[in-house]
Design a protein around this ligand. Structure first.
Ligand code: GLP
Length: 241
């Protein structure tokens, strides 16, 4: 695991954007694993800028998102499909048919999970996977106690995660307690992984991921097993290392 400590969130985003740019410049038809949450937004803005300036192109790229709320379809403003369209896909030269987000409105979620894994395999596997981290160490929606070799499946969200993400929902609005998420085993299959974390509220999770034991209690600690994992954090997120 390579740890890169930058001064602030803007530098973290720029460093992450450099990794994505290098990947796309080396291999135009890259398969990118993408993430939601507030952390990747600045990185996506940087990628949009570089795409507009012609520095990088997504024309031949394929994307697979980590996770989606089960019970929300892609037109729901809180769905991760909607988030990705708004924050990235609508602003870059990607073919939308090549963007994949687990279907939150799947009639048969179990089959949909297997289908998602099959689509990833058919695309040749993920070249570069972007991750954020939850305060409890979750990656994607792999909450503490997730199997370290798990595959894409339905997961129940913890109370902490539901509370953390409540800020995105209107008061009284239905907030799902279930998700479809790539498993930890799925994430570890990516050829390269880059995890971004900023802010003091991520410092405990970052410490457990980097210095703690490899344990299902901190799903992100599984990245210790990965041959090419880069953790890019700001000083605040690094403050407990
Ligand atoms: C959600 C997502 C995760 C993300 C996490 C942290 O739970 N499923 O993929 O890493 O939130 O989000 P934020 O970057 O907003 O702190």
């Amino acid at each position: 695991m390579q740890i890169v400590i930058m001064n602030d969130a803007a530098e973290v985003a720029a460093y992450g954007a450099d990794i994505f740019s290098t990947q796309l410049q080396r291999k135009a038809e890259s398969v990118l694993g993408l993430a939601t949450g507030s952390t990747p937004v600045a990185l996506y803005q940087e990628l949009i800028r570089r795409n507009r300036e012609g520095v990088i192109s997504f024309k031949d790229a394929t994307t697979f998102n980590l996770d989606e709320y089960l019970g929300l379809n892609g037109s729901h403003p809180q769905s991760y499909r909607f988030f990705m369209d708004e924050q990235l896909f609508n602003h870059i030269d990607i073919d939308k048919d090549n963007t994949h987000v687990p279907p939150g409105d799947a009639k048969n979620p179990m089959t949909a999970c297997q289908d998602y894994e099959a689509r990833m395999a058919a695309a040749g596997g993920v070249d570069l996977q972007l991750l954020g981290i939850g305060r409890n160490g979750h990656i994607g929606f792999n909450e503490p106690s997730s199997g370290l070799t798990s595959r894409t499946r339905v997961k129940t969200l913890t109370r902490e995660t539901i509370e953390d993400n409540a800020r995105f929902f209107e008061e009284g609005e239905y907030q799902p307690h279930l998700s479809i998420t790539m498993g930890i085993g799925t994430i570890l299959d990516a050829r390269k992984v880059v995890l971004l974390a900023t802010g003091e509220n991520k410092a405990d999770a970052v410490r457990d991921m980097v210095e703690g034991p490899l344990t299902a209690s901190c799903p992100a600690s599984a990245l210790q097993l990965h041959k090419d994992a880069v953790v890019v954090i700001d000083l605040a997120a690094a403050s407990k290392l």
